[in-house]
Design a protein around this ligand. Structure first.
Ligand SMILES: [Zn+2]
Length: 131
């Protein structure tokens, strides 16, 4: 899934736990769970930059002010995709996170459904954080 989707879902999980350590652990778990949901992934720079800018703006503008558990959960939820980015730059970068290494499913879904499932996940996550 996109960085912003993982960020918001991890933040929602972290916010609901209310504990920064549990937020970190469950944020990582949320990443593997969301990667198992069929979704769309982009494979070039432009959407990646938009996604990264939007997610980072949300982290500083919304998630960090909500509290430490949400901020930690967001980072933990998104950080596994760093190895995916590094593989784009360094072809031989290892993929060790289970949903990237092939150990657990990483399912694909064509457009527009692959984006809609992420928009839905993001909106629900944001609602869980803000309501
Ligand atoms: Zn991933």
């Amino acid at each position: 899934m996109y960085y912003t989707t993982h960020l918001l879902a991890g933040a929602a999980v972290g916010h609901l736990t209310g504990n920064p350590i549990m937020a970190g652990v469950l944020g990582l778990v949320s990443h593997a769970c969301l990667d198992a949901v069929p979704h769309h992934d982009y494979h070039n720079l432009k959407p990646g930059l938009v996604d990264c800018t939007l997610g980072t703006a949300l982290w500083f503008g919304v998630l960090l002010p909500v509290g430490l558990p949400a901020a930690v959960g967001a980072i933990a939820g998104a950080i596994p995709d760093l190895e995916v980015v590094l593989k784009q730059v360094f072809r031989n970068w290892p993929q060790i996170f289970p949903s990237h290494s092939g150990l657990s499913p990483h399912r694909r879904l064509k457009l527009p459904w692959g984006i809609l499932v992420q928009a839905f996940t993001s909106v629900i996550s944001l609602a869980l954080i803000l309501l």
